[in-house]
Design a protein around this ligand. Structure first.
Ligand code: PLP
Length: 367
């Protein structure tokens, strides 16, 4: 190998979707925003659909339109339409949009009139995450307005929400959010809105909160094989990404050699320093310096000193290492390499952040 590579196991994505679908026996909206959590938007979407997903979820409209441009016709929900963004392509391409506020509704009604076809919407209620969604106080007004335009201008496909603490099973706020969601559905029904799809479960809720499944689950991180729970998941999840990089230089140095910016690592004996071609521009977090491990020359070894933009160093005192040798940063762990969870712990972050930060310079290889 000559460059930093992310090998993507598409069968793993299909497997994970299929496992989640069997677990909850409801529809699956595979979340493929942010370039499929770094795995590639279109390949991840296709693999998820092959695994039984019937919906795709993205944050921004250009992501949804890229799926359509690739020929993907499955239903897509886009949940962060932006003010002053032209929503015409969404209606034209049959992309579902989330509605948290009157301005989206008014904009979509206008677009639908011009297009002569209804806009497909999912009304979002904030049940306690305080991100998007109408507050419970504004919810009746939103459903009333949606009800007035339902039919020719609006096709209300879904009512939905998002959980704040599903990754802590049994957290009291989840129960409160579920209760508020049930109330919001009643309010919607009282205004004549009975959506085909009610949904609020991300990966953690899909795995640990059966009551949150409703008609559809919206897993992201779990379809890429990562368990968001503090306990083992109820299904077998297979990590889809393996990140590797080559050694580009191996040098013999004496004891007392000061390594990388800031000299935060010092060799304690004569040794070999392996220079690895991956850095924070590729998604290797700077916080991993002197902390995270990689698999190199037969065993796990800690990064020596600071991670730089394009490279980091590993002290290899006990084995032969030459330029061109492969270094496994993370993967499923089956070859003895660290997992993404190990890396997240070493960098004080979550796997989601590490996956989505794997940079554009890293070649994706699909298997
Ligand atoms: C609205 C929404 N639904 C579902 C998901 C998927 O979450 P997770 O990756 O935790 O499954 C996300 C991701 O952040 C999201 O923003």
């Amino acid at each position: 190998m000559v460059e930093c590579e992310a090998e993507i196991d598409l069968a793993a994505i299909a497997h994970n979707v299929s496992a989640l679908r069997r677990l909850r026996a409801v529809e699956v909206m595979a979340v493929v925003k942010a370039d499929g959590y770094g795995h590639g938007l279109v390949p991840a979407a296709r693999a998820a659909l092959a695994g039984g997903a019937t919906w795709l979820g993205v944050a921004y409209l250009p992501e949804a339109l890229a799926l359509r441009a690739a020929g993907i016709t499955a239903p897509v929900l886009c949940w962060l339409p932006r003010r002053h963004e032209d929503l015409t392509p969404a209606v034209r391409d049959g992309v579902d949009l989330s509605v948290s506020d009157r301005w989206v509704l008014d904009e979509l009604v206008a677009v639908a009139r011009r297009a002569g076809r209804p806009a497909r919407v999912h009304l979002k209620v904030d049940t306690g995450c305080a991100r998007a969604g109408a507050t419970p106080a504004r919810w009746p007004e939103l459903v009333l307005a949606a009800g007035k335009s339902a039919g020719e201008e609006l096709d209300v496909i879904g009512v939905w929400s998002h959980l704040a603490n599903a990754d802590q099973p049994g957290h009291p706020s989840t129960e409160r959010q579920l209760a508020l969601f049930a109330e919001a559905l009643e309010v919607a029904a009282a205004h004549g809105i009975t959506p085909r799809l009610r949904h609020l479960a991300n990966s953690a809720a899909a795995l640990a909160a059966p009551a949150a499944a409703y008609d559809l689950i919206r897993p992201g991180i779990a379809i890429y094989g990562i368990n968001p729970l503090p306990t083992p998941p109820p299904v077998d999840l297979v990590p889809a990404m393996t990140l590797r990089a080559p050694v580009v230089l191996a040098r013999q140095v004496p004891a007392g050699t000061l390594v990388s910016y800031g000299h935060e690592y010092v060799t304690t004996r004569e040794t070999t320093l392996a220079l690895v071609a991956a850095g924070y521009a590729d998604g290797v977090p700077r916080a991993a310096g002197n902390r995270a491990e990689v698999l190199l020359a037969g065993r796990r070894r800690r990064i020596s000193g600071r991670v730089c933009m394009d490279q980091f160093v590993v002290d290899v005192p006990d084995a032969a290492v030459v330029a061109g040798d492969p270094v496994l940063l993370f993967g499923p762990g089956t070859a003895g390499e660290p997992t993404l969870a190990d890396w997240a712990a070493s960098a004080d972050t979550i796997p989601n952040e590490l996956l989505t930060r794997v940079g554009p310079r890293v070649r994706r290889i699909y298997r």
